[in-house]
Design a binder for this molecule. Sequence first.
Ligand SMILES: [Zn+2]
Length: 221
Amino acid sequence: MSWLYVISEDDIDDCYFLGITQKISGHSFTLMPQRLRKNGGISAAKKAFYRVQTQIKWMKQKVEDCFFVMAIDNDRAPAHPEHSRIPGLPPQDQKKECRFCELEREAMRNLGPRRTEWNIGGAIAIPVQMLESWLLLSLDSSLTDDTLPIFPDGCKQLKDLFRDFYNQSGLPSKKEFIEKCIDQTNIENLQSRSASFKQFVDQIYEWNLNPNQPIDPAYRS
Ligand SMILES: [Zn+2]
């Protein structure tokens, strides 16, 4: 049994990160959700990460079977690794620092400076600009990171565009729609159109997974 601690804002995020991690890794995991305070940002993520480590220490699970995904939206912070700022940002966004670097530093402070020596495999997910971006790119292969809207000036926002797709799907719940999005995601193709998704995938490829627990290879496409 492998365990996936997902640090995220809600159960829709949990559903996505469990499903997409299984698809990328070809392994099955039992979800261990760790809720973040809404809009709590980096400080909430750091606290949740500390709680996860404490839980792993006290649970009877073997540490080598435990993995974590720490997920928060980029929200117009400088994107890793270029760190260039989007021109024309309002003052509150101009002060933001790279969220990937900040969370990776925190993980390294706790688990050690070299990822290969961490006792818990982990991945930091900072979708640029938000999880809806990855979902939209999965649903429409003609889109790229650069063509998605950033500012709310008259045009539809990422959440609106995603809601349109959901409404058109006719599916009864958002969870089922998220599962359909994961099904539809071509991992290779999405990596080529989203640098932040590629960063997430690359970290999972480094995990030391128990080869005796793969899921159906047909699921990995
Ligand atoms: Zn960075």
